[in-house]
Design a protein around this ligand. Structure first.
Ligand SMILES: Cc1cc2nc3c(=O)[nH]c(=O)nc-3n(C[C@H](O)[C@H](O)[C@H](O)COP(=O)(O)OP(=O)(O)OC[C@H]3O[C@@H](n4cnc5c(N)ncnc54)[C@H](O)[C@@H]3O)c2cc1C
Length: 284
């Protein structure tokens, strides 16, 4: 196996274009495991030391996260306090300190697991992913990328360089169910982005889930039902019922459906309640 140490985005794009079947490695936390099934690749390009990929840039109205930013960098950044705390919470829930030190946001997105913890909050934020290759730059909404994965999937000569989103008006929250406290892959995760009206009704709401479908996705029925309402025990119960009905269709025939149907109640409640209490609303 040949290994190149990438030192700039341009240099990596050139290498990706110049070889038959090059593979990229960032933190390696997913990729190394794939060696067992897929064998060792002939050519590996290590992108873990490219400074430009490891930056978090704050502009007046948006934030751009380099694809090589690690979960630890997110957890330690003050940018992800307050309204963006849900993103920090999701990144803090990943694996263990060792995994968070190596694992990157870019790798989490490209690996595209239904259980990827950074994705539901990034969907709520309506994030855009930026892909570069010798053919130019491609920008895609993360949500659309996941929905049309087979047509839009990142090709062999493309490098994911960053993820960008507008600073939200609402407050982002995240809740996850794992089988234990650390090193727990999500059984269910839910991110919510909530904005309230003056009279405390929900003005806008985004809800996105992980591990209850083929890929992380928006939960449109829950959003549409709760928008314009106050969060009470009744409205929460109805929202949970709506989500369970969508899960019945999506997870039909899966052995985990009965368990996830029950467990989702608590996860959705936690994500919504944390959001409301962060907004100063005492609920239920
Ligand atoms: C023990 C353990 C526990 C874990 N726990 C969790 C968890 O709780 N939650 C969770 O979400 N994940 C978890 N993971 C999964 C993993 O850590 C994440 O998916 C991680 O974000 C992958 O990032 P990486 O930098 O290590 O990617 P790598 O393993 O380096 O790469 C993954 C894939 O992405 C490609 N790639 C990487 N960067 C780019 C780029 N910039 N452009 C194009 N392609 C790229 C690689 O070619 C490869 O195909 C766990 C993994 C392990 C081993």
């Amino acid at each position: 196996m040949k290994v190149y140490q990438g030192d700039s985005i341009e240099n990596v794009i050139r290498l990706l274009n110049g070889y038959e079947n090059p593979r990229l490695i960032a933190g390696g936390t997913d990729f190394i495991l794939s060696f067992k099934d897929n064998g060792i690749p002939e050519l590996l390009i290590d992108i873990s030391n490219i400074e430009e990929l490891r930056r978090i840039v704050e502009k007046e109205d948006y934030i751009e996260i380099g694809a090589g930013v690690t979960f630890t960098q997110i957890v330690e950044s003050e940018l992800f306090e307050g309204k963006l705390y849900g993103f920090k919470k999701a990144c803090r829930s990943v694996g263990s300190p060792q995994i968070r030190n190596r694992g990157t946001i870019g790798g989490n997105i490209v690996n595209c697991s239904a259980a990827a913890d950074s994705i539901p909050p990034l969907i709520c934020l309506d994030s855009t992913i930026v892909l570069k290759s010798s053919r130019g730059t491609r920008e895609l909404k993360l949500e659309q990328y996941l929905q049309n994965y087979s047509e839009q999937k990142i090709s062999n000569d493309e490098l994911l360089t960053s993820i960008r989103f507008k600073k939200p008006i609402g407050t982002l929250n995240f809740a996850k169910l794992g089988l234990r406290k650390a090193l727990a892959i999500s059984r269910i995760s839910i991110a919510t982005l909530i904005e309230l009206e003056e009279e405390r009704t929900i003005k806008s709401l985004k809800v996105s889930s992980g591990s209850i479908g083929r890929y992380p996705m928006r939960e449109i029925e829950v959003e549409n039902y709760l928008k314009g309402k106050r969060l009470t025990q009744n409205t929460l119960d109805e929202a949970i019922k709506g989500l369970q009905e969508s899960m019945d269709k999506r997870l039909e025939g899966r052995s985990t459906l009965a368990y996830k149907r029950t467990a989702v109640e608590r996860v959705l409640t936690e994500s919504l309640m944390e959001g409301m209490s962060a907004l100063g609303e005492v609920v239920l």
